[in-house]
Write a protein that binds this ligand. Sequence first.
Ligand code: GCW
Length: 720
Amino acid sequence: MIRNLLFYILLLLAVSGLNAENGHQLWLRFNKTKIDSQIFSGIIGDKNQFAVNEFQHDWNEMTGKYLPMVNAQTDSLLIIGTLNDKNIRPFGLKNELMKLGEDGYVIKTIHQNNKIVTIVASAGESGLLYGVFHLLRLIQIDKFSYNIDIVEKPSYKIRVLDHWDNLDGSVERGYAGRSIWKWDELPNVISPLYKEYARANASIGINGTVLNNVNASPKILSPEYLQKVKAIADQLRPFHIKVYFSINFASPSTIGGLKTSDPLDLMVKKWWNDKANEIYKLIPDFGGFLVKASSEGQPGPQDFGRTHADGANMLADALKPHGGIVMWRAFVYSASKDDRAKQAYNEFVPLDGQFKDNVIIQVKNGPIDFQPREPFSPLFGAMKKTSLMPEVEITQEYLGHSIQLVYLSTMWEEFLKSDTYQEGIGSTVARTTDGSIFPQKYTAIAGVANIGLDSNWCGHQFAQANWYAFGRLAWNNKLTSDQIADEWLRLTFSPKEKKAASFTNTDWEKNFLTPVKQIMLESREAAIHYSMPLGLHHIFAGLNNTHYGPGPWWAPKGVRVDWTPPYYHKADTFGIGFDRTHSGSDAVSQYHEPLCSEFNDVNTCPEIYLLWFHHLPWDYKMKDGRILWDELCYTYEKGLNEVRQFQKTWDKVEPYVDSQRFFEVQSKLRRQCRDAQIWKDGCLLYFQQFSKRPIPYDIERPVHDLDDLMKIKLNLKDHN
Ligand code: GCW
């Protein structure tokens, strides 16, 4: 069926003779953007400077010619240079630039004797490149003017993508095709994608990439693979992207021939020291290790009776002389009786103060696992002497894979702005991690990448917005999702496209930008409404472990209970929800006051987290006067209707989008609607067995049978 549809799409494209537009150029569509080529009449900059060349390349794509290299006599001059550049020195920016650091930059226009000079300057070469991309972005979206005065400094020093890519080319939780890293061909064959990837990341300020899955193969540390890593690092370096990789904690014994991997063993320490020396000889700017240890079956220090601190510090010592860091993950939970949501906090808080200063603890945004909505992890705000870095998931493992249009920036914004109250009001997650509250030697943020070999990189045209948004928020954790969506839409579906002469900018803004931005901004909430509203979480079908379709019923014998949905929703004839109050698992106590009391008291607990913290009767009265069961029904219905509305809105924007991207998104929205219906029907029919109440009569009736839904296997495979 879907195949047929794709066939017709391709046929239509061929017949209409339109250029295929597969979205591969992401937001960097300079060759498709028409701009006023008179903005600058000449440029001063070092011809050997990478950032200057990037500017010239993109300017040429937009205008058809390079800016002439000139002297100061030109009317409208652009100067690009670092603070030591002789053309920048006269502007007296040294102190300002020094404060902004290597990655920071200024973009200013100065009016001098009837001449207009625009300066892009930075203390570092990386900052210069970021400044150039910023300037280009402004030009592309018509926001450049001769009164510009921009000062930028990133919120986090380390802004990394974590690839969950395996060395066999598969990608864990990847929905955009195979891995872009072609390990088999490396180091001899270098895919041109590596540079394209690096450039796209640099354009949004990402400066690091962890190449392989946290469920790591020890093979990455073999001499053969280190050569391959070096080859990738060489490609990414000009774009100021450092390479990191995930290591397997048991490597000394599995590939090193040692009897143990005990972190306190002298031979083991020596093995890691030697390995670090070997790596840095090949890759002098290697970033460091990402480690998933003693977690979900991965080996770790606890296998030897040691702590996370023992393990992390041993690796930190090996990397320290070379300036490398260890990103040690706090994603730990065991099959113990204790509430899974509490376990990371319980394991890590007692270790506060014991980690070396080049260790950063990488913490997922929520205490469970990247669910559509979770309260923030209580670890944020709990450790004062340890650097913590947020980990968010760009790939849509729990939010519709690359089938559904779900813009995740709103989720990350909600998370970063959550107040931990660690040091009183205003101790947001953003501020507890970016160095504003505690001085940290390293500040960092990571996003699990959604990138693969698909021609559009991310599987869904709109999933590109999530990659983009991650980079922008890592750069500036105060940006709003609205600003980011606005920017991304203008860049990606540019109204300035050369072909688009048939409508004006104003038409485009009114009829495309505004409604499509609205879809984006509402999309995550809609996904919550039709899948896990009111604080429900982790109720996916376990079939094939896809984390896509509904499965609140899924609980086969012999499977660990904390891997089955009933563990999380706890539906019974009394009611539904996980009691995490003082009288339940007491997870609320891991939050600072006043949050602890607010979450604990059902009257003050925000309704978006209600069933996360409380087990409530089906007839519990909600704030709007409805009983809980009815509220659930209306919310599922609302979610489905929201997606139906997205469909209508999208169909209307057809005149403003090239056909390929239009039809791709249209067909995915159709599937999203069908699956939202399955979520609604599946969850309501299942929970109704416990609530024993009717679905309110003004709601559309379910169209499926529960028995059928319980057998259905919804996943990406039946989509392609
Ligand atoms: O979200 C879960 C995923 C696993 C993943 C794990 C983790 C890489 O289902 O696929 O493993 O988290 O974050 O380590």
